[in-house]
Design a protein around this ligand. Sequence first.
Ligand code: ZN
Length: 263
Amino acid sequence: MKKIIYRLFNNFLMPSRLDELEKLLLAAIFEGYTFVSIRHFLDLARNDKLDKRTRYLMLRHDIDTDVKTARALWQLECRNGLRGSFYFRLQTANIALMKEIHASGAEVGYHFEEIATVAKKKGLKGTINLPVLKKDAGELFCNNLAALRQKSGLPLCGIASHGDFVNRRLGITNFELLTPEIRKLMNIDYEAYDAELVNHLSSRFADLEYPGIWKPGSPLDAIQRGDQVIKLLIHPRQWYSSPLVNAQDDLNRIYEGIRYWAT
Ligand SMILES: [Zn+2]
């Protein structure tokens, strides 16, 4: 019950928490952190250019919903001279915003979910044929990414896996569709959960629905103790409540759930 009340508050009544995020980012600036996109960080790492005395902070934004708040997050970071990475789903891929973010020097990537899409479409539950699911999802991923690249004119070489209720139900992440062949064929530079990136992180945090803010702890503590490489995962929904967008998203989830279980 408490969970439902918090969810409703988060969706419809929560005051903006953008100020709180800005305060945290200002603290990191004050502590001397260098903000880099994930792509930029990996470029430095691959070219042996990471500086041991420099502290790095990466801002990863998964735009699951709410393009308007995504814009507000980007503007907040821009006015503080920060550049992060923004991953858009097909349903949030606002081409104008993606182009603006790219033009500002921040990174734009694809937030993909084709295993969940295929599983939902086919109503897959119980025993599943994993190779077939991966193959179908892989093909769909290639088509979707190619179409998005064409529509946006952006390279979209960095990608990040989305998590859906179907992934949790089946115990299969969207990441699993990424074979070495697909990476090569689609010129994928990295996936945000690749060990190549994760192994460099001193600490990482993800934002939480109200009343929480971050898990597994406080990024401010990590900043103040001077962790060398920090990554923050940010979702628009946790920082600003857009009632209409959230109601639509919740209804969509309910509809998808009913359709999935009825198939
Ligand atoms: Zn997501």
